[in-house]
Design a protein around this ligand. Structure first.
Ligand code: AHR
Length: 503
């Protein structure tokens, strides 16, 4: 049996856990919106056509903020197509995903849906094919109470109350050659800066996210962040990070260590942002909005990409519908650990995406909705990570990986809620074959009266939840927990994610 050792002291903190860390993302992509959150013909549909079974699952997932409407989609999107009488809304080509967009759902409907799920809207403006004026227009439509052309139009469209959107993304992945309107860092920085300054003239308190790189592997990574922040530093609040992880062949050891890459990515962006801060002698700190993260590899490209006749682009095709295994969920849980470990600088994050498209929730048209394996680490972390993230002393054996060199077998983070006094440890065991006993020095916490653990593990690391077997995998109580004076121990099964609560 391998052993790892963790020392927890609630006096050593990283920073407060911002609820916005547990955000997600809904893009007009595949069946995320249509046949996902919205299916008017479904027996569970409410008066607005939204699936109530999905609403319940989104609530259970515990999602704080939801980024909308894209993603790559937003760079060709005209927001005004999606408001007003439905019968007048145009059908458009979605160049990003080779689909046809019906515009049945737009800003107002999405805001209504968000009220039902209890999440906050984070809205992305199109800086790919549009600019300052269109960003100002959608801001006026969404946030002004009334008395102007566009705010009155919202009222006339049946939404007397403003949507009150606080967080705005200034475009999406503008460094990516696949992006409509892809530009150089200088070009994008100037447009983002002008847009941010104009939006702030309407409302200085908006929270604005400027595009960072669409991945740490991009050739312009680092330099892009520097150039963009030098131009926009005083006008924005966050810089975005995006990362998707995948196994290469059967190198699951490296895949399980994906959070090592996420750690390095975050720390590199923080270093760049702080470099710009130092050069400018600024008092202000730019934080990270990690507004796309996930495991994604099964369906990167799809048959629809090959449909060259634009008159045949389908409405809401099945796209990027990855089915997540236990192995994927363990990697996913470790990415959440990385985000929490950086809670002082990652103050917003969005799991990409929410329903059907690389998602924790799946639906079948006319059929059920179910939880993927990744649902569980997200819902439990969102529910139990409260208060502050703690700095830990973790001693773990290491193993060798092709991609990241020597990495710890166990990774963990802990949060402490000073009000309630509880502490929660989130841990992964990356060994594919061995259990690990995690011994926790809990003396600094005082007397631990109750300790409970739950683990996501299966003897078959490829086990997944599917339409045929929607409840194949779920976390189970881990009864190996032992509490003695000043020490708590728990055994982490091979390739597993565990949450341990200490009262
Ligand atoms: O989440 C899927 C896609 O991944 C998004 O549309 C894009 O921003 C990213 O490349």
């Amino acid at each position: 049996m391998i052993r790892a050792h963790l020392t927890i002291d609630p006096h050593f903190t990283v920073g407060p856990i911002n609820r916005r860390l547990f955000g997600s993302f809904v893009e007009h992509l595949g069946r995320c919106v249509y046949d996902g959150i919205y299916e008017p013909g479904h027996e569970c549909a409410d008066e607005n056509g939204f699936r109530t079974d999905v609403i319940e699952l989104v609530r259970e997932l515990g999602v704080s903020t939801i980024r909308y409407p894209g993603g790559n989609f937003v760079s060709g999107y005209r927001w005004e197509d999606g408001v007003g009488p439905r019968e007048k809304r145009p059908r458009r080509l979605d160049l990003a995903w080779h689909s046809t967009e019906t515009n049945e759902i737009g800003l107002d409907e999405f805001a209504t849906w968000l009220e039902k799920v209890g999440s906050e809207l984070m809205y992305a403006v199109n800086l790919g094919t549009r600019g300052v004026l269109e960003a100002l227009d959608v801001l006026e439509y969404a946030n002004l109470r009334s008395g102007t052309e566009l705010s009155d139009r919202r009222v006339a469209n049946g939404h007397p109350e403003p949507h009150g959107i606080r967080m705005w993304c200034l475009g999406n992945e503008m460094d990516g050659p696949w992006q409509l309107g892809h530009s150089t860092a200088q070009e994008y920085a100037q447009l983002a800066s002008k847009t941010a300054r104009a939006m702030r003239q309407v409302d200085p308190d908006l929270e604005l996210v400027v595009c960072g790189s669409s991945g740490a592997q991009m050739p312009t990574f680092g330099e892009w962040e520097r150039v963009v922040l030098e131009e926009t530093y005083d006008s924005v609040d966050y810089i975005s990070c995006h990362a998707y992880y995948e196994p290469v062949g059967e190198d699951y050891g490296s895949f399980l260590a994906s959070a090592v890459d996420m750690d390095r990515f975050i720390e590199a962006v923080v270093a760049t942002a702080d470099h710009v801060k130092a050069v400018r002698d600024s008092e202000k700190t730019i934080n990270i909005s990690f507004d796309e993260w996930n495991v994604w590899y099964q369906v990167r490209y799809n048959e629809v990409d090959k449909i060259t006749d634009v008159t045949e682009w389908p409405v809401a095709p099945r796209l990027l519908e990855d089915s997540y295994s236990v192995l994927d969920a363990v990697v996913f849980g470790s990415l959440l650990i990385s985000l929490i470990r950086h809670a002082d600088r990652v103050t917003s994050a969005s799991l990409a995406q929410l329903v059907n498209v690389i998602a924790p929730i799946m639906t079948e048209p006319g059929g059920p909705a179910w939880r993927q394996t990744t649902f569980y680490p997200f819902s439990l972390t969102s529910q139990l990570a409260r208060g502050v993230a703690l700095e830990l002393k973790l001693e773990s054996p290491h193993y060798d990986t092709d991609r990241y060199g020597e990495v710890p077998v166990v990774d963990a983070v802990a949060t402490h809620d000073p009000e309630r006094g509880g502490t929660t440890v989130f841990a992964v065991n990356r060994s594919l074959s061995e259990s690990v006993t995690l011994e926790i020095d809990s003396r600094a916490l005082g007397a631990v009266t109750t300790a409970r653990a739950s683990s996501l593990h299966d003897d078959d690391i490829f086990a997944a939840n599917t339409l045929a077997e929607p409840n194949r995998v779920s976390p189970t109580g881990n009864d190996t927990v032992e509490v003695s004076e000043g020490t708590v121990s728990v055994t982490l099964p091979p390739c597993s994610w565990t949450v341990l609560t200490l009262d």
